[in-house]
Design a protein around this ligand. Structure first.
Ligand code: SF4
Length: 367
């Protein structure tokens, strides 16, 4: 396979096969890696132009109690474990009101899957958030959470989605995808829903007009073939309804996780792997416009390089991210839009504030 021809063809509209995706993602020489990144950069420029976007959002950690205790996660703890918490109405409303005061347009509850939670719990949480911060996009609930409470209640996942939407859900979280391969899931998150369930719930949501992010959590021991297969599944789903707003690549933070400590996972992805994941995703996903750079996972300097390799979005301001901090990334909680604007300006691009669904709101000034 000739790399230069393949990249030229892809920029001219060729849809990469999985075999071609694997070929690109396994590049190791500087010449090859940077040629792929340059092609992805050009693909990004053609698709979405020279803006870098971000969303003013706030994470809201409702509980760190989690029935799943995934091996790659340092945040979720079993019910009754030391240091666990679960906020009620007042605390959730207070945190949401703080988000409103910070002029965020999105509140993103990031929590464990509490074993006692029901559909009503999620409806209540959405209601409380909207009481504290009316009008925000409540970006909430993964397919895992939807399928868990549906099963408990003996109702369909479509019914759960309808109830969440009626309560005010804005967009669904595309989390819990990790790597969409059941053998990998058996190792890294055996208690989570399987691949078929994740895909089914996402398809249902998109068919109902509820949009979501798409995520990939990589670097915890899966192969390049798994990563590319995952991208292929996302591309298939996107062909049907176009419901994904973006791809969010999440590089595994290993330090404080059981999987790494037990010697069952490597110490995360390398810089080359981070670069190629973003670049190949940009080239492979010809139907998802936006590829996010998760500065909390890779740090601001690597984020800058990923914006040169196909990335066009810096995600959210976040304000808190205990999930990433607890896993071992110390500076993951907040990035000021001024710092984001400097990152963008350094690359000759401008920073724009967007909504959750990528409506452009305003250009963010350099400060
Ligand atoms: S990744 Fe999510 S589901 Fe898994 S243990 Fe952590 S909080 Fe729970």
């Amino acid at each position: 396979m000739d790399r230069a021809t393949l990249l030229d063809d892809t920029l001219a509209g060729h849809r990469l096969t999985e075999e071609e995706g694997r070929f690109l993602m396994t590049a190791t020489s500087g010449r090859d890696v940077f040629a792929i990144a340059a092609a992805a950069d050009e693909c990004r420029r053609k698709r979405v132009g020279d803006r870098v976007t971000f969303v003013r959002n706030q994470n809201l950690h409702v509980t760190n109690v989690c029935k799943n205790t995934c091996g790659f996660c340092g945040f979720g703890r079993p019910l009754g474990a030391p240091g666990t918490y679960c906020f009620g109405r007042e605390e959730v409303r207070r945190k949401a009101a703080l988000a409103r005061d910070r002029r965020v347009t999105e509140v993103c509850p990031l929590s464990g899957v509490h074993p006692d939670f029901t559909v009503d719990s999620y409806v209540d949480l959405i209601t409380w958030i909207l009481e504290g911060a009316p009008g925000v996009d409540v970006h909430f609930c993964s397919p895992e959470e939807v399928s868990y409470v549906a099963k408990k209640a003996g109702i369909s996942t479509a019914e759960v989605l309808e109830r969440l939407r009626s309560a005010g859900l804005g967009t669904l979280q595309g989390t819990a995808a990790e790597i969409l391969d059941d053998e990998v899931r058996q190792v890294i998150c055996p208690k989570k829903c399987d691949t078929a369930t994740w895909l089914r719930v996402i398809r249902e949501a998109h068919a109902m007009g509820i949009r979501s992010t798409a995520t990939i959590m990589y670097g915890a021991g899966e192969t390049v073939a798994h990563r590319v297969r995952h991208l292929a599944l996302l591309r298939e789903v996107q062909d049907e309804h176009g419901g994904f707003t973006e791809l969010v690549p999440l590089s595994y933070i290993h330090q404080n996780t059981a999987l790494f400590r037990a010697g069952r996972a490597p110490p995360g992805a390398t810089g080359r792997e981070d670069l190629l994941l973003v670049a190949v995703a940009r080239l492979f996903l010809d139907n998802i416009d936006h590829v996010q750079v998760s500065w909390g996972k890779v740090g601001p300097k690597m984020a800058s390089l990923l914006l040169l390799a196909g990335g066009d979005d810096l995600g959210g301001t976040m304000y808190e991210d205990e999930v990433t901090v607890d896993a071992g990334a110390e500076e993951a909680s907040y990035m000021d839009p001024g710092a984001m604007a400097r990152l963008a300006a350094d690359l000759g691009r401008t920073l724009w504030q967007r909504s959750t669904t990528y409506e452009l709101l305003r250009e963010a000034p350099l400060s």
